[in-house]
Design a protein around this ligand. Structure first.
Ligand SMILES: C[S@@+](CC[C@H](N)C(=O)[O-])C[C@H]1O[C@@H](n2cnc3c(N)ncnc32)[C@H](O)[C@@H]1O
Length: 470
C-alpha cells in the first residue's frame, strides 16, 4: 500500500496520505542529516586552530551563512531540548552579547572579508528575549564586521510571550526579513503541562506585527507528542495555525530524552500520548496541513506554502540543507557564534564550548571558542553529496556523483543498495541504472533512505543518540 502521494498539480493531489503501517515499520531512530557526518561523531581533537585554518581556506567564491546562538529565556519550557539558560538578569545577557561581538571580530581575522553574507540566523534559546536596542546593536556590529549581500535572508526565532511591536520594528530596521515563532500547541491544558501558557492572542499579535513590519516569511513551530495531546485536541492547534496562514510550518516530533535533558522529568511519562496516539496526531496534522491547508510537504518536519521559495526550490531541485534545516542558499559556509554554536565549513565542522564561563575564558584569550569538531574526509564528501541530494531533492543521479568524485557509483555503494532493498520492495525508492529516486510515497521516510548511505551507522549499528522520525 502507498504511504504518501504528493504532487503540486491540485490541492487534492498535494495531500500527503500517511499509511500508519508503513510509518510503524520505518519509524526507527536516526539522524536528521543537517550535516554528514552528524554531531555525535565530532571529536575534541579538532581544536580552535583547525577551525581557524578551515576558515582561512574559504575563498571569496563561497558565501557565508552566520548563525548566532542566543541561549537566554525568561522561563523554562519543560519539553525544551535546546541549549538554553533561564535568566532574569539583564546584565547577564548584556555581558554575553559583548562576548558574541568579540567572537565575530576574532573569527573575522581568519575570514576573507570579501565573502558575502547571504544568510543570517539567530537561534536559541529566545533571540526575541533581547531588548529592541540589543537587537539593533548586535546586528549593527555584525554588519560592521562582515559584508552583507543586499538579498541576504535574515531570520530569527521568537517567543510570542513578552514580545512587543517594538521588537518587530527593531528587527525589521536591523534587516530581518523572516521570523519563526514557537507555538507548540494552543490547548491550555497542554500549555500548563509544559509550563508555557501562551494565549493565542499573543501569537495573533506576533503574526500581525511581523506582517505590518514587512517580514516576508513567518514560520510557526508546532510540537506533537506533548503531554495530554490527542489527535482531537491537536486538531484545534492545526485549525489555529491554518487560520494564521504562515508561509511555513514546522511540525516537530517531541523528543523526550530526560537522561540528556534533566528538566524533561518535569513531564510525567504517564501524561504523554501513547505511541499509537502520537502516530495518529502526526497523520491528522500532516494530512490536514497538506490537504485543506494546501501546504507542500518539504521534507522532514517542514511544510511551506506552494509559492514560498522553499516549495519552489523543492520543485526545481534547488533545495539545500545545513544545521539550520532546509534552505535555498547553496554552498554557503556556516560560521556560528555563541555558546554551543555549530559551524559547518566545506572541509570541517566545529562546535563551540557549551558552558558560559569556559566560553568567556576562551574569548578573553582572543581565541575561537571551538571545543570539538570533525574534519571531513574524501569518503565523507561523497556520502554527504548523496545524502544531501536525497534529503533535498529525492534524486541522486549516479553519473553526477561519479563525475564529481571520480568513483564508480554501483561499486562504491553495493551495501547501500542492499540496505535500500526493503524500501524498493515497498515502492518507496526506485533504483535504476542511472539513478536512485525517493518516490513521493517515500518522502516521509527520507532519512531511512539516507541512512543506507551513512558509513558510520552501518559501522556501529548503534543509534542511541537519535530520536525516531515520529
Ligand atoms: C530553540 S526553540 C526557539 C523558540 C523560542 N524559544 C520560543 O520559545 O518560542 C525552537 C523550537 O524547537 C522546538 N523544540 C524545542 N524542544 C523540542 C523537543 N524536545 N522536541 C521537539 N521539538 C522541540 C520547538 O518547537 C521550538 O519552538
Amino acid at each position: 500500500m502507498r504511504a504518501l502521494s504528493s504532487s503540486p498539480a491540485t490541492s487534492d493531489s498535494n495531500t500527503v496520505h500517511v499509511d500508519l503501517d508503513l510509518v510503524r515499520r520505518y519509524n526507527q531512530p536516526g539522524p536528521r542529516y543537517t550535516s554528514y557526518p552528524t554531531a555525535p561523531h565530532f571529536s575534541e581533537e579538532v581544536t580552535d586552530d583547525a577551525f581557524a585554518q578551515a576558515l582561512s581556506e574559504g575563498n571569496a567564491e563561497t558565501p557565508l551563512s552566520l548563525y548566532v546562538h542566543l541561549p537566554f529565556c525568561r522561563s523554562l519550557c519543560y519539553y525544551c531540548g535546546c541549549h538554553m539558560k533561564v535568566t532574569h538578569r539583564p546584565e547577564v545577557i548584556e555581558r554575553y552579547l559583548g562576548y558574541a561581538k568579540r567572537e565575530m571580530e576574532i573569527a573575522a581575522q581568519y575570514i576573507d572579508l570579501d565573502r558575502r553574507v547571504v544568510q543570517v540566523h539567530w537561534g536559541g534559546g529566545t533571540p526575541s528575549y533581547l531588548t529592541p536596542e540589543q537587537i539593533g546593536d548586535l546586528m549593527t556590529h555584525t554588519r560592521s564586521v562582515f559584508s552583507f549581500d543586499p538579498d541576504a535572508e535574515i531570520s530569527l526565532e521568537a517567543d510570542p510571550r513578552g514580545l512587543t511591536e517594538e521588537h518587530l520594528a527593531a528587527a525589521a530596521d536591523a534587516g530581518f526579513n523572516r521570523i519563526s515563532y514557537g507555538v507548540q500547541d494552543v490547548d491550555p491544558k497542554v500549555q500548563e503541562a509544559i509550563n508555557r501558557v501562551q494565549p493565542t492572542e499573543l501569537v495573533e499579535n506576533a503574526v500581525r506585527w511581523a506582517r505590518m513590519h514587512g517580514f516576508r516569511s513567518i514560520n510557526l513551530d508546532l510540537v506533537y507528542g506533548l503531554p495530554h495531546q490527542t489527535s482531537e485536541t491537536f486538531s484545534d492547534t492545526v485549525d489555529t495555525v491554518m487560520r494564521l496562514d504562515p508561509e511555513r510550518i514546522a511540525l516537530f516530533s517531541y523528543a523526550h530524552i530526560p537522561s540528556l535533558r534533566k528538566h524533561q522529568t518535569l513531564i510525567p511519562e504517564a501524561d504523554l500520548p501513547e505511541p499509537e496516539e502520537k502516530l495518529r496526531i502526526f497523520k491528522m496534522a500532516t494530512e490536514r496541513l497538506t490537504g485543506e491547508g494546501g501546504y507542500r510537504f518539504i521534507g522532514m518536519d517542514h511544510f511551506a506554502r506552494p509559492d514560498d521559495e522553499l516549495a519552489v526550490a523543492l520543485d526545481t531541485g534547488n533545495l539545500h540543507r545545513n544545521f539550520q534545516g532546509y534552505s535555498t542558499r547553496a554552498g554557503a559556509d556556516v560560521v556560528a557564534f555563541g555558546m554551543s554554536g555549530i559551524s559547518q565549513l566545506d572541509g570541517a565542522y566545529t562546535q563551540n564550548i557549551k558552558g558560559l564561563p569556559d566560553y568567556y575564558a576562551r574569548i578573553d584569550e582572543g581565541r575561537l571558542a571551538t571545543y570539538r569538531g570533525y574534519e571531513v574526509t574524501r569518503d565523507d564528501r561523497v556520502r554527504r553529496a548523496v545524502i544531501m541530494e536525497l534529503m533535498c531533492n529525492s534524486l541522486v543521479l549516479k553519473a553526477d556523483i561519479e563525475s564529481r568524485f571520480d568513483i564508480d557509483f554501483d561499486a562504491t555503494f553495493t551495501s547501500a543498495m542492499e540496505a535500500l532493498e526493503p524500501m524498493v520492495d515497498d515502492g518507496l525508492v526506485t533504483v535504476t541504472e542511472d539513478a536512485v529516486r525517493v518516490e513521493p510515497e517515500g518522502r516521509l521516510f527520507i532519512r531511512n533512505a539516507a541512512m543506507a548511505f551513512d558509513a558510520y551507522l552501518n559501522a556501529s549499528q548503534k543509534r542511541p543518540l537519535y530520536s525516531k522520525t515520529v
